[in-house]
Design a protein around this ligand. Sequence first.
Ligand SMILES: Cc1ncc(COP(=O)(O)O)c(C=O)c1O
Length: 413
Amino acid sequence: MPSDLPANLFGEIDPPQRLLMGPGPVNAHPRVLRAMSADMLGQFDPEMTGYMEQVMALCRPIFGTDNRWTMLVDGTARAGIEAALVSLVQPGDRMLVIDFGRFGLLLREIGERIGADVHMLSVPWGETVPLDQIADAIERIGPKVVACVHGDTSTTMAQPLDGLGELCRAAGALSYVDATATIGGMEIAADRWGVDVVTGGLQKCLGGPSGSSPITISDRAAEHIFARRHVEQGIARPDLADASGPRIASNYFDLAMVMDYWSDKRLNHHTEATTMLYGARECARVVLTEGLEARYARHAAAGRAVVAGTRAMGLTVFGDDACRMTNVTAIHIPSGVDGEAIRRRMREDFEIEIGTAFGPLAGKVWRIGAMGYNAMKHKVLITLGALEACLWAEGFACPPGAGVEAALKAWNG
Ligand SMILES: Cc1ncc(COP(=O)(O)O)c(C=O)c1O
Protein backbone atom coordinates (compact mmCIF):
# COMPACT_ATOMS: atom_id res chain seq x y z
CA MET A 1 0.00 0.00 0.00
CA PRO A 2 1.63 3.35 -1.00
CA SER A 3 2.59 5.14 2.20
CA ASP A 4 1.85 8.62 0.85
CA LEU A 5 -1.90 7.89 0.57
CA PRO A 6 -4.26 8.07 3.59
CA ALA A 7 -5.00 4.65 5.10
CA ASN A 8 -8.79 5.12 4.86
CA LEU A 9 -8.52 4.91 1.08
CA PHE A 10 -7.78 1.22 1.54
CA GLY A 11 -10.74 0.43 3.78
CA GLU A 12 -13.48 -1.74 2.28
CA ILE A 13 -16.70 -0.07 1.18
CA ASP A 14 -18.90 -0.45 4.25
CA PRO A 15 -21.76 2.07 4.08
CA PRO A 16 -24.03 2.67 7.08
CA GLN A 17 -27.37 0.84 6.95
CA ARG A 18 -29.51 3.80 6.00
CA LEU A 19 -33.18 3.52 5.27
CA LEU A 20 -33.62 5.60 2.12
CA MET A 21 -37.08 7.19 2.34
CA GLY A 22 -36.44 10.14 0.05
CA PRO A 23 -37.35 10.67 -3.63
CA GLY A 24 -34.77 8.08 -4.78
CA PRO A 25 -32.46 6.30 -4.84
CA VAL A 26 -33.96 3.79 -2.44
CA ASN A 27 -32.48 0.65 -0.92
CA ALA A 28 -32.10 -1.96 -3.63
CA HIS A 29 -33.87 -5.29 -3.23
CA PRO A 30 -31.37 -7.85 -1.84
CA ARG A 31 -32.14 -10.19 -4.75
CA VAL A 32 -31.06 -7.44 -7.14
CA LEU A 33 -27.79 -6.92 -5.28
CA ARG A 34 -27.16 -10.66 -5.33
CA ALA A 35 -27.83 -10.91 -9.06
CA MET A 36 -25.37 -8.08 -9.61
CA SER A 37 -22.54 -10.05 -8.04
CA ALA A 38 -22.66 -12.68 -10.83
CA ASP A 39 -19.62 -13.03 -13.09
CA MET A 40 -19.09 -11.30 -16.45
CA LEU A 41 -19.87 -12.74 -19.86
CA GLY A 42 -18.53 -11.76 -23.26
CA GLN A 43 -20.94 -9.36 -24.89
CA PHE A 44 -21.84 -11.70 -27.76
CA ASP A 45 -21.80 -14.88 -25.69
CA PRO A 46 -25.10 -16.66 -26.38
CA GLU A 47 -25.83 -16.64 -22.62
CA MET A 48 -25.39 -12.87 -22.59
CA THR A 49 -27.51 -12.20 -25.67
CA GLY A 50 -30.05 -14.62 -24.19
CA TYR A 51 -30.21 -12.46 -21.05
CA MET A 52 -30.67 -9.40 -23.26
CA GLU A 53 -33.65 -11.06 -24.94
CA GLN A 54 -35.05 -11.97 -21.52
CA VAL A 55 -34.72 -8.38 -20.32
CA MET A 56 -36.68 -7.22 -23.37
CA ALA A 57 -39.47 -9.71 -22.63
CA LEU A 58 -39.53 -8.92 -18.90
CA CYS A 59 -39.67 -5.15 -19.40
CA ARG A 60 -42.58 -5.15 -21.88
CA PRO A 61 -45.35 -5.84 -19.35
CA ILE A 62 -43.84 -3.32 -16.94
CA PHE A 63 -44.11 -0.65 -19.64
CA GLY A 64 -47.59 -1.89 -20.60
CA THR A 65 -46.51 -2.51 -24.16
CA ASP A 66 -46.01 -5.06 -26.90
CA ASN A 67 -43.29 -2.89 -28.48
CA ARG A 68 -40.55 -5.03 -29.97
CA TRP A 69 -38.03 -2.29 -29.12
CA THR A 70 -38.03 -2.54 -25.35
CA MET A 71 -34.53 -2.68 -23.88
CA LEU A 72 -31.98 -0.81 -21.76
CA VAL A 73 -29.95 2.34 -22.30
CA ASP A 74 -26.77 2.18 -20.24
CA GLY A 75 -26.48 5.08 -17.84
CA THR A 76 -28.75 6.65 -15.26
CA ALA A 77 -32.34 7.59 -16.09
CA ARG A 78 -31.17 10.79 -17.71
CA ALA A 79 -29.29 8.67 -20.27
CA GLY A 80 -32.60 7.23 -21.42
CA ILE A 81 -34.10 10.72 -21.62
CA GLU A 82 -31.21 12.06 -23.70
CA ALA A 83 -31.16 9.01 -25.95
CA ALA A 84 -34.90 9.36 -26.61
CA LEU A 85 -34.81 13.07 -27.31
CA VAL A 86 -31.61 13.23 -29.34
CA SER A 87 -32.87 10.35 -31.48
CA LEU A 88 -36.41 11.70 -31.95
CA VAL A 89 -35.80 15.43 -32.22
CA GLN A 90 -33.86 17.04 -35.06
CA PRO A 91 -32.27 20.50 -34.85
CA GLY A 92 -34.90 23.09 -35.75
CA ASP A 93 -37.82 20.76 -34.95
CA ARG A 94 -40.64 22.28 -33.00
CA MET A 95 -40.89 20.51 -29.65
CA LEU A 96 -43.63 20.94 -27.07
CA VAL A 97 -42.77 20.28 -23.42
CA ILE A 98 -45.59 19.69 -20.95
CA ASP A 99 -44.00 21.13 -17.86
CA PHE A 100 -45.03 20.90 -14.22
CA GLY A 101 -41.69 20.64 -12.42
CA ARG A 102 -37.92 20.33 -12.49
CA PHE A 103 -37.87 17.41 -14.89
CA GLY A 104 -40.06 19.25 -17.39
CA LEU A 105 -37.39 21.93 -17.32
CA LEU A 106 -34.80 19.21 -17.95
CA LEU A 107 -36.69 18.17 -21.10
CA ARG A 108 -36.52 21.78 -22.29
CA GLU A 109 -32.81 21.98 -21.51
CA ILE A 110 -32.08 18.81 -23.49
CA GLY A 111 -34.31 19.95 -26.36
CA GLU A 112 -32.51 23.29 -26.52
CA ARG A 113 -29.11 21.59 -26.54
CA ILE A 114 -30.30 19.55 -29.53
CA GLY A 115 -31.20 22.82 -31.25
CA ALA A 116 -34.96 22.29 -31.21
CA ASP A 117 -37.44 25.15 -31.21
CA VAL A 118 -38.82 24.39 -27.75
CA HIS A 119 -42.25 25.57 -26.63
CA MET A 120 -43.32 25.18 -23.00
CA LEU A 121 -46.79 24.46 -21.69
CA SER A 122 -46.20 25.16 -18.00
CA VAL A 123 -48.36 25.13 -14.89
CA PRO A 124 -47.36 26.11 -11.34
CA TRP A 125 -45.57 23.47 -9.27
CA GLY A 126 -48.13 21.33 -7.46
CA GLU A 127 -50.50 21.12 -10.44
CA THR A 128 -50.70 19.03 -13.60
CA VAL A 129 -51.73 20.04 -17.11
CA PRO A 130 -55.35 19.45 -18.22
CA LEU A 131 -55.68 17.44 -21.45
CA ASP A 132 -57.68 20.18 -23.19
CA GLN A 133 -54.80 22.61 -22.64
CA ILE A 134 -52.44 20.07 -24.16
CA ALA A 135 -54.79 19.67 -27.14
CA ASP A 136 -54.89 23.46 -27.64
CA ALA A 137 -51.10 23.76 -27.42
CA ILE A 138 -50.58 20.96 -29.93
CA GLU A 139 -52.98 22.64 -32.34
CA ARG A 140 -51.42 26.08 -31.85
CA ILE A 141 -47.77 25.03 -31.98
CA GLY A 142 -47.81 22.09 -34.39
CA PRO A 143 -44.89 20.25 -32.71
CA LYS A 144 -42.92 17.39 -34.27
CA VAL A 145 -42.33 15.97 -30.79
CA VAL A 146 -44.30 16.30 -27.55
CA ALA A 147 -42.37 15.52 -24.35
CA CYS A 148 -43.76 15.04 -20.87
CA VAL A 149 -42.85 13.66 -17.46
CA HIS A 150 -45.20 11.12 -15.89
CA GLY A 151 -44.38 11.58 -12.19
CA ASP A 152 -42.22 14.61 -11.43
CA THR A 153 -40.44 13.92 -8.13
CA SER A 154 -39.69 17.62 -7.68
CA THR A 155 -43.40 18.38 -7.16
CA THR A 156 -44.67 14.82 -6.45
CA MET A 157 -47.42 15.27 -9.05
CA ALA A 158 -48.34 12.60 -11.62
CA GLN A 159 -49.56 13.83 -15.00
CA PRO A 160 -52.61 11.91 -16.31
CA LEU A 161 -51.56 10.57 -19.72
CA ASP A 162 -54.62 8.78 -21.12
CA GLY A 163 -55.41 10.42 -24.45
CA LEU A 164 -52.01 12.05 -24.92
CA GLY A 165 -50.84 9.67 -27.62
CA GLU A 166 -54.06 10.02 -29.60
CA LEU A 167 -53.72 13.80 -29.64
CA CYS A 168 -50.10 13.57 -30.77
CA ARG A 169 -50.78 11.00 -33.49
CA ALA A 170 -53.71 12.99 -34.84
CA ALA A 171 -51.36 15.96 -35.17
CA GLY A 172 -48.54 13.89 -36.71
CA ALA A 173 -46.30 14.39 -33.65
CA LEU A 174 -44.15 11.82 -31.91
CA SER A 175 -44.51 11.60 -28.15
CA TYR A 176 -42.06 10.96 -25.33
CA VAL A 177 -42.69 10.27 -21.61
CA ASP A 178 -40.17 10.23 -18.75
CA ALA A 179 -41.47 7.60 -16.34
CA THR A 180 -38.30 7.36 -14.24
CA ALA A 181 -40.03 8.02 -10.97
CA THR A 182 -43.17 5.94 -11.46
CA ILE A 183 -42.16 2.81 -13.38
CA GLY A 184 -42.78 -0.25 -11.25
CA GLY A 185 -44.85 1.73 -8.72
CA MET A 186 -47.66 3.36 -10.71
CA GLU A 187 -49.21 1.99 -13.85
CA ILE A 188 -47.23 2.64 -17.03
CA ALA A 189 -49.47 2.03 -20.02
CA ALA A 190 -47.36 2.92 -23.04
CA ASP A 191 -49.72 1.20 -25.50
CA ARG A 192 -52.96 2.46 -23.95
CA TRP A 193 -51.56 5.98 -23.66
CA GLY A 194 -50.50 5.59 -27.31
CA VAL A 195 -47.16 7.28 -26.63
CA ASP A 196 -44.11 6.48 -28.72
CA VAL A 197 -41.16 6.40 -26.36
CA VAL A 198 -41.13 5.90 -22.59
CA THR A 199 -38.02 5.70 -20.42
CA GLY A 200 -37.38 4.78 -16.81
CA GLY A 201 -34.69 4.19 -14.22
CA LEU A 202 -34.05 1.39 -11.74
CA GLN A 203 -33.44 3.36 -8.56
CA LYS A 204 -36.98 4.21 -7.56
CA CYS A 205 -40.02 1.93 -7.72
CA LEU A 206 -38.13 -0.80 -9.60
CA GLY A 207 -36.02 -1.24 -6.46
CA GLY A 208 -32.54 -1.36 -8.00
CA PRO A 209 -29.47 0.83 -8.10
CA SER A 210 -29.24 3.77 -10.48
CA GLY A 211 -27.29 3.18 -13.67
CA SER A 212 -29.62 1.59 -16.21
CA SER A 213 -32.50 3.15 -18.09
CA PRO A 214 -35.19 0.84 -19.47
CA ILE A 215 -36.75 2.22 -22.65
CA THR A 216 -39.61 1.26 -24.94
CA ILE A 217 -39.99 2.54 -28.51
CA SER A 218 -43.04 2.17 -30.75
CA ASP A 219 -42.60 0.83 -34.30
CA ARG A 220 -43.58 4.25 -35.58
CA ALA A 221 -40.82 5.95 -33.59
CA ALA A 222 -38.36 3.19 -34.53
CA GLU A 223 -39.07 3.88 -38.20
CA HIS A 224 -38.37 7.58 -37.63
CA ILE A 225 -35.13 6.75 -35.80
CA PHE A 226 -33.94 4.23 -38.40
CA ALA A 227 -34.52 6.90 -41.04
CA ARG A 228 -31.60 8.64 -39.30
CA ARG A 229 -29.34 5.55 -39.20
CA HIS A 230 -25.66 6.36 -39.78
CA VAL A 231 -23.53 3.54 -38.44
CA GLU A 232 -20.14 4.66 -37.14
CA GLN A 233 -17.43 4.11 -39.75
CA GLY A 234 -15.35 1.54 -37.88
CA ILE A 235 -18.29 -0.88 -37.56
CA ALA A 236 -20.20 -0.05 -40.79
CA ARG A 237 -21.72 -3.09 -42.56
CA PRO A 238 -23.46 -3.58 -45.89
CA ASP A 239 -26.62 -4.89 -44.19
CA LEU A 240 -26.92 -1.68 -42.16
CA ALA A 241 -26.92 0.92 -44.90
CA ASP A 242 -27.03 4.57 -44.00
CA ALA A 243 -30.41 6.27 -44.24
CA SER A 244 -31.07 9.66 -45.75
CA GLY A 245 -32.25 11.42 -42.56
CA PRO A 246 -29.92 13.67 -40.57
CA ARG A 247 -27.38 11.88 -38.39
CA ILE A 248 -28.25 11.65 -34.68
CA ALA A 249 -26.00 14.13 -32.86
CA SER A 250 -24.76 11.69 -30.23
CA ASN A 251 -22.91 8.45 -30.82
CA TYR A 252 -23.52 6.87 -27.42
CA PHE A 253 -27.21 7.78 -27.37
CA ASP A 254 -27.86 7.00 -31.05
CA LEU A 255 -30.89 4.74 -30.63
CA ALA A 256 -30.58 3.46 -34.20
CA MET A 257 -27.22 1.90 -33.31
CA VAL A 258 -28.45 0.85 -29.85
CA MET A 259 -31.43 -0.93 -31.48
CA ASP A 260 -29.09 -2.57 -34.00
CA TYR A 261 -27.09 -3.86 -31.02
CA TRP A 262 -30.22 -5.19 -29.26
CA SER A 263 -31.47 -6.91 -32.45
CA ASP A 264 -30.22 -10.06 -34.14
CA LYS A 265 -27.90 -7.74 -36.10
CA ARG A 266 -25.85 -7.42 -32.88
CA LEU A 267 -24.02 -4.35 -34.09
CA ASN A 268 -20.91 -3.94 -31.94
CA HIS A 269 -21.90 -0.48 -30.73
CA HIS A 270 -21.12 -0.33 -26.97
CA THR A 271 -20.27 -3.05 -24.45
CA GLU A 272 -23.51 -3.69 -22.64
CA ALA A 273 -23.16 -2.90 -18.92
CA THR A 274 -23.34 -6.55 -17.88
CA THR A 275 -23.80 -6.03 -14.15
CA MET A 276 -26.52 -3.44 -14.68
CA LEU A 277 -28.25 -5.81 -17.10
CA TYR A 278 -28.26 -8.52 -14.41
CA GLY A 279 -29.66 -5.93 -11.98
CA ALA A 280 -32.35 -4.75 -14.37
CA ARG A 281 -33.36 -8.32 -15.13
CA GLU A 282 -33.71 -9.11 -11.43
CA CYS A 283 -35.67 -5.90 -10.77
CA ALA A 284 -38.11 -6.91 -13.50
CA ARG A 285 -38.38 -10.46 -12.17
CA VAL A 286 -39.10 -9.17 -8.67
CA VAL A 287 -41.78 -6.80 -10.03
CA LEU A 288 -43.53 -9.40 -12.16
CA THR A 289 -43.34 -12.08 -9.50
CA GLU A 290 -45.13 -9.77 -7.08
CA GLY A 291 -47.61 -8.86 -9.85
CA LEU A 292 -48.16 -5.41 -11.28
CA GLU A 293 -51.55 -4.82 -9.67
CA ALA A 294 -50.33 -5.92 -6.23
CA ARG A 295 -47.28 -3.75 -6.60
CA TYR A 296 -49.28 -0.66 -7.56
CA ALA A 297 -51.63 -1.33 -4.64
CA ARG A 298 -48.66 -1.59 -2.25
CA HIS A 299 -47.28 1.76 -3.44
CA ALA A 300 -50.74 3.32 -3.19
CA ALA A 301 -51.09 2.05 0.40
CA ALA A 302 -47.69 3.51 1.26
CA GLY A 303 -48.63 6.87 -0.28
CA ARG A 304 -51.95 6.92 1.57
CA ALA A 305 -50.20 6.11 4.82
CA VAL A 306 -47.59 8.88 4.43
CA VAL A 307 -50.25 11.46 3.57
CA ALA A 308 -52.62 10.43 6.40
CA GLY A 309 -49.80 10.06 8.91
CA THR A 310 -48.21 13.43 8.26
CA ARG A 311 -51.61 15.16 8.27
CA ALA A 312 -52.44 13.56 11.63
CA MET A 313 -49.16 14.97 12.94
CA GLY A 314 -50.44 18.46 12.14
CA LEU A 315 -48.36 18.88 8.98
CA THR A 316 -49.71 19.93 5.59
CA VAL A 317 -49.08 18.11 2.35
CA PHE A 318 -48.01 19.99 -0.79
CA GLY A 319 -49.85 19.83 -4.11
CA ASP A 320 -53.10 18.71 -5.64
CA ASP A 321 -54.56 15.61 -3.94
CA ALA A 322 -56.17 14.56 -7.23
CA CYS A 323 -52.85 14.10 -9.06
CA ARG A 324 -50.54 12.93 -6.33
CA MET A 325 -47.82 10.37 -7.08
CA THR A 326 -48.39 7.42 -4.77
CA ASN A 327 -44.71 6.89 -4.09
CA VAL A 328 -43.36 10.32 -3.10
CA THR A 329 -45.07 12.91 -0.90
CA ALA A 330 -43.99 16.50 -0.31
CA ILE A 331 -44.71 17.89 3.13
CA HIS A 332 -44.57 21.57 4.07
CA ILE A 333 -41.87 22.36 6.62
CA PRO A 334 -43.83 24.10 9.41
CA SER A 335 -42.86 27.70 10.04
CA GLY A 336 -40.26 28.04 12.76
CA VAL A 337 -38.87 24.54 12.10
CA ASP A 338 -35.40 24.16 10.59
CA GLY A 339 -35.96 21.61 7.80
CA GLU A 340 -32.31 20.67 7.53
CA ALA A 341 -32.02 20.13 11.29
CA ILE A 342 -34.87 17.61 11.05
CA ARG A 343 -33.20 15.82 8.15
CA ARG A 344 -29.94 15.72 10.09
CA ARG A 345 -31.63 14.26 13.17
CA MET A 346 -33.43 11.69 10.99
CA ARG A 347 -30.11 10.62 9.53
CA GLU A 348 -27.93 10.77 12.64
CA ASP A 349 -30.37 9.42 15.24
CA PHE A 350 -32.48 7.06 13.11
CA GLU A 351 -30.33 6.26 10.02
CA ILE A 352 -33.23 7.43 7.84
CA GLU A 353 -32.87 9.68 4.81
CA ILE A 354 -35.76 11.90 3.76
CA GLY A 355 -35.52 14.30 0.84
CA THR A 356 -35.03 18.00 0.47
CA ALA A 357 -36.36 19.96 -2.54
CA PHE A 358 -35.36 22.15 -5.50
CA GLY A 359 -36.22 25.45 -7.12
CA PRO A 360 -39.36 27.16 -5.79
CA LEU A 361 -39.79 24.43 -3.16
CA ALA A 362 -36.21 24.56 -1.81
CA GLY A 363 -36.32 24.93 1.98
CA LYS A 364 -40.13 24.73 1.92
CA VAL A 365 -40.89 21.01 1.79
CA TRP A 366 -39.47 17.64 2.71
CA ARG A 367 -40.08 14.76 0.36
CA ILE A 368 -40.78 11.32 1.77
CA GLY A 369 -40.63 8.44 -0.68
CA ALA A 370 -41.82 4.87 -0.16
CA MET A 371 -40.74 3.02 -3.26
CA GLY A 372 -39.85 -0.46 -4.43
CA TYR A 373 -38.31 -2.45 -1.59
CA ASN A 374 -39.06 0.42 0.79
CA ALA A 375 -42.79 0.73 0.08
CA MET A 376 -43.46 -1.41 3.12
CA LYS A 377 -45.74 -0.83 6.08
CA HIS A 378 -43.08 -1.11 8.77
CA LYS A 379 -40.68 1.21 6.93
CA VAL A 380 -43.36 3.89 6.55
CA LEU A 381 -44.38 3.57 10.20
CA ILE A 382 -40.77 3.70 11.43
CA THR A 383 -40.15 6.80 9.31
CA LEU A 384 -43.21 8.60 10.67
CA GLY A 385 -42.39 7.66 14.25
CA ALA A 386 -38.86 8.98 13.79
CA LEU A 387 -40.17 12.16 12.18
CA GLU A 388 -42.43 12.76 15.16
CA ALA A 389 -39.49 12.39 17.57
CA CYS A 390 -37.36 14.76 15.48
CA LEU A 391 -40.15 17.33 15.30
CA TRP A 392 -40.53 17.27 19.10
CA ALA A 393 -36.76 17.62 19.48
CA GLU A 394 -36.87 20.71 17.28
CA GLY A 395 -39.72 22.25 19.27
CA PHE A 396 -42.72 21.30 17.09
CA ALA A 397 -45.37 19.68 19.28
CA CYS A 398 -47.42 17.11 17.39
CA PRO A 399 -50.08 14.87 18.94
CA PRO A 400 -48.13 11.89 20.31
CA GLY A 401 -48.61 8.69 18.33
CA ALA A 402 -51.21 10.19 16.01
CA GLY A 403 -49.10 9.98 12.85
CA VAL A 404 -48.28 6.29 13.19
CA GLU A 405 -51.85 5.43 14.16
CA ALA A 406 -53.34 7.29 11.19
CA ALA A 407 -50.78 5.80 8.82
CA LEU A 408 -51.53 2.30 9.99
CA LYS A 409 -55.24 2.85 9.49
CA ALA A 410 -54.68 4.35 6.04
CA TRP A 411 -52.38 1.51 5.01
CA ASN A 412 -55.04 -1.01 5.82
CA GLY A 413 -57.50 1.01 3.71
C1 LIG B 1 -38.80 12.23 -13.06
C2 LIG B 1 -37.31 12.05 -13.09
N1 LIG B 1 -36.68 12.10 -14.28
C3 LIG B 1 -35.36 11.95 -14.37
C4 LIG B 1 -34.57 11.75 -13.27
C5 LIG B 1 -33.09 11.65 -13.45
O1 LIG B 1 -32.63 10.40 -13.10
P1 LIG B 1 -31.08 10.06 -12.96
O2 LIG B 1 -30.59 10.85 -11.80
O3 LIG B 1 -31.08 8.58 -12.71
O4 LIG B 1 -30.39 10.40 -14.21
C6 LIG B 1 -35.19 11.68 -12.01
C7 LIG B 1 -34.37 11.49 -10.80
O5 LIG B 1 -34.74 11.87 -9.70
C8 LIG B 1 -36.59 11.85 -11.92
O6 LIG B 1 -37.22 11.81 -10.74
